[in-house]
Write a protein that binds this ligand. Structure first.
Ligand SMILES: [Zn+2]
Length: 482
């Protein structure tokens, strides 16, 4: 697979190098191969792709209402309204029907190729397809990922690796280290969760990255201590990060994004994938409070990036979703109403409230304090009986149903739905994203906006990987293989 991948990359470089030198003049050639500024080509220097997993159109509508100031006569616009540009279909390859999973859609968004549900960077024949992140790396840009799931989860994995199944988390973690592009690791910066896939009994991929010169951090605070321009592996949880409602940092995605950029900025530009991974998880859980909190985390990220692009107008930011999750409806049960004010004062996620409820001395007072509103008689009775249940899951469902009834939120499924998703873009080159198209077109547009030719690669600070023989790892002698 890797050989095929390298062949694809080599062919691409050959073609792009040829295209860049129509005159055949050697001076023109060196200028075209090593352009000094992206302004000349009309293309962005830096590209930041954001995937908000599961964020169908109902989520952005709900979030606008959630943020609305009831004292003003109109519903106030939010940043999503300012940056909306288009709409994309999400269906996977024919054999998987009309409803995609995150792997097939991420492969479409990353590579421009429709594939089957479960596919990580491979086509329907399980052959690797090059992603925009991999192409950016091959062109001499720095690359990174900043996500709130484990970094080997379907969306980041489809930009970084090639695997026939999204479930092969350990293999995908290995690929992050083993796959090389022009002798370099696929990403300079990797931030998110997933220690359990990297520090394993039989192989410690984290240690391998450390030996290859990567800075490794496992807390948000340590991330802030690193000097700019480092290659960084930052894993902040065993699997995914906590819900933002339960996290110490209420702006965790904006924080990870800001720090990723700090390490990626360089003369040749960068490609960064950001994922608001847990909008989808809130949709699967039918948890409207967690969904709005994850949307707010994304909103803070967009506000940070909007400011960043004012200062760095040669940067493009594109945001879309891979599909919608949960069949969220703004209003339900035949009632023309939606009341987000009940979702604004939670002290913890419904999952955490549910896990702590049975131990509370006064479950009703505890639930009321955690949810941030006085329970009515019916709700108080419901909470009292929930506290006697053994199953945390059942307690959590009960807590969520109180929030659904209060806010009049509806859900039609615990899975995904096949609706189109919105596309948002700002910064240099954002005009390319206006209109209605397919999710594969997003990758095609980004490929077209990447540089035409290879840029000078800074080799001195880049590990080649050669000092750590991965393919020849001796299981008898090398502790990293154990
Ligand atoms: Zn999902």
């Amino acid at each position: 697979m890797r050989q095929n991948m390298l062949a694809v990359t080599a062919a691409t470089l050959f073609l792009t190098a040829c295209n860049a030198t129509p005159g055949g003049d050697s001076n023109a050639m060196s200028t075209a191969l090593f352009p000094t500024t992206s302004q000349q080509s009309g293309k962005p220097k830096n590209i930041i792709m954001i995937v908000s997993d599961g964020m169908g159109p109902a989520y952005t509508t709900a979030y606008r209402n959630f943020r609305d100031d009831p004292a003003t006569p109109q519903v106030d616009p939010v940043i999503f309204d300012r940056i909306f540009v288009g709409n994309a279909s999400t269906y996977p390859a024919k054999e998987s029907g009309f409803v995609t999973d995150s792997a097939a859609s991420a492969t479409a968004l990353a590579s421009g190729v429709k594939s089957y549900n479960g596919a990580i960077g491979v086509d329907v024949n399980k052959q690797p397809v090059e992603s925009v992140l991999q192409r950016a790396k091959a062109l001499g840009m720095k690359t990174g990922i900043a996500v709130t799931s484990q970094i080997v989860h379907a969306t980041p994995a489809s930009y970084m690796a090639h695997n026939e199944s999204r479930k092969n988390y350990n293999e995908i973690a290995d690929s992050f280290y083993d796959d090389k592009i022009n002798g370099q690791f696929t990403a300079n910066v990797m931030l998110g969760g997933g220690t359990q896939y990297f520090e394993r009994k039989e192989r410690d991929v984290t240690a391998q990255f450390i030996d290859a010169g990567y800075a490794y951090v496992d807390t948000y605070n340590k991330l802030a201590t690193l000097p700019a321009g480092e290659n960084v592996l930052g894993l902040f949880a065993p699997v995914g990060l906590p819900w933002v409602l339960d996290d110490k940092r209420k702006n965790r995605l904006a924080y990870l994004t800001e720090h990723a950029i700090k390490h990626l900025e360089n003369d040749n530009g960068f490609f960064l994938l950001v994922e608001a991974s847990q909008v989808d998880w809130a949709g699967h859980a039918n948890d409207i409070a967690a969904a709005m909190a994850e949307m707010h985390d994304l909103n803070l990220t967009l506000e940070y990036l909007y400011q960043y692009v004012q200062k760095h107008p040669d940067t493009l930011v594109v945001l879309t979703a891979d599909h919608s999750t949960g069949g969220l409806t703004v209003g339900a049960r035949g009632e023309y109403a939606w009341a987000p004010e009940w979702l604004k004062k939670l002290s913890a996620s419904p999952a955490v409230i549910a896990s702590e409820l049975p131990q509370a001395d006064d479950p009703v007072a505890f639930a009321s304090q955690q949810l941030g509103f006085e329970l009515n008689d019916e709700e108080a009775q419901q909470v009292a009986s929930l506290a006697r249940l053994k199953s945390t899951r059942a307690i959590e469902s009960g807590i969520k149903s109180i929030l659904d009834i209060r806010s009049n939120t509806g859900w039609t499924t615990g899975g995904h739905t096949g609706v189109d998703v919105e596309v948002f873009a700002f910064g240099k080159g954002h005009n390319a994203f206006y209109g209605q198209y397919d999710n594969t077109d997003i990758a095609k547009k980004i490929f077209a906006l990447l540089p035409d030719s290879v840029k000078q690669v800074e080799t001195e600070s880049e590990p080649t990987g050669e000092s750590v023989p991965t393919d020849t790892c001796d299981f008898e002698k090398d502790w990293r293989c154990q």
